[in-house]
Design a protein around this ligand. Structure first.
Ligand code: ZN
Length: 285
């Protein structure tokens, strides 16, 4: 396969709106992302609160953008059946919004341990059961679910799904054979350290389960495990190698920038951040 850089290919690149720190209304962000030359955007649910998703969808289309992913699920595991059911209902509503936005996928960050629990296998079982139900809904409205494994340091509070192989095992169990509505999002920040990364990307590709590629960088040292993600090129991840592995496995979707950076990038002018993202995508990814 020929190896192209992303130079001149911003139309293939997406901005996850978290990268700009959720400081402005979505309407402003849509205009900024579009005028910076990107082809895609990935909004968060909180940005749609009080808005008509169909109107937002039209604004995004009119700006010349498409929705790479819609972020993200309500955590699934709960300590009682009622909360579990409420969590699933919440996710069903979000999946419907994803369909209205014509998102390529709905990002599933599945949740960790319910408060006070030490039962990690139990949390994983709840995730399996919850996903089986949500998958039916996703099929009905026509939006694929992208399971996003998170770095194991978040197993307690954000995701008991920690590796690509674990996510793919779950996909195979819930939707055997060739994937239609269940796949994975590969986030560089969460997966870069995994010794099985290349192998599992290839496995996901064979099953057509590669639904998203999220990029940022791992800073050394990292000062905050959630909110100190680096700009591409400022850390230690081989982002070009990761993108090539994805493309060799058949992925041709958008490359989405997702940077949580409270003390650095979220303090800067959004247009400067977007300019830097554009430059780094083309030179460091
Ligand atoms: Zn991500």
């Amino acid at each position: 396969m020929t190896r192209q850089s992303l130079a001149g290919q911003l139309s293939r690149c997406s901005i996850n709106t978290a990268t700009l720190g959720h400081r402005q209304p979505l309407e402003t962000i849509i205009e900024q992302v579009a005028s910076s030359g990107f082809g895609w955007i990935a909004p968060w649910r909180r940005e749609l609160e009080g808005r008509d998703p169909l109107k937002v969808a039209r604004h995004i289309r009119d700006a010349g953008l498409r929705v790479s992913s819609y972020c993200r699920s309500t955590y699934i595991p709960a300590h009682d059946a009622r909360t579990f059911a409420a969590n699933l209902d919440d996710n069903r509503r979000a999946i419907e919004q994803a369909a209205q936005l014509e998102a390529q996928c709905f990002v599933m960050v599945v949740g960790g341990l319910p408060e006070g629990s030490r039962d990690l296998p139990g949390a994983r079982e709840q995730v399996r059961e919850g996903l089986a139900s949500l998958l039916e809904h996703a099929r009905q409205v026509g939006v694929p679910l992208a399971l996003e494994p998170l770095h194991p340091m978040y197993a307690a509070d954000r995701s008991c799904l920690s590796t690509l192989s674990q996510a793919l095992d779950l996909c195979e169990r819930l939707e055997p054979g060739e994937s239609r509505y269940l796949g994975v999002a590969v986030d560089a920040y969460h997966c870069w350290w995994d010794p099985l990364l290349q192998q599992q990307i290839a496995r996901a590709g064979e099953q057509r389960r590669l639904l998203g590629l999220h990029v940022c960088d791992w800073l050394v040292p990292t000062h905050d495990l959630l909110l100190d993600r680096g700009m591409m090129g400022d850390g230690v991840i081989d982002l070009t190698g990761l993108r090539h592995a994805m493309e060799d496995a058949g992925y041709c979707g958008p490359v989405e920038v997702e940077i949580f950076s409270r003390d650095n990038w979220w303090q800067r002018d959004p247009m400067d951040v977007l300019r830097t993202c554009a430059e780094r995508l083309q030179n460091n990814c």
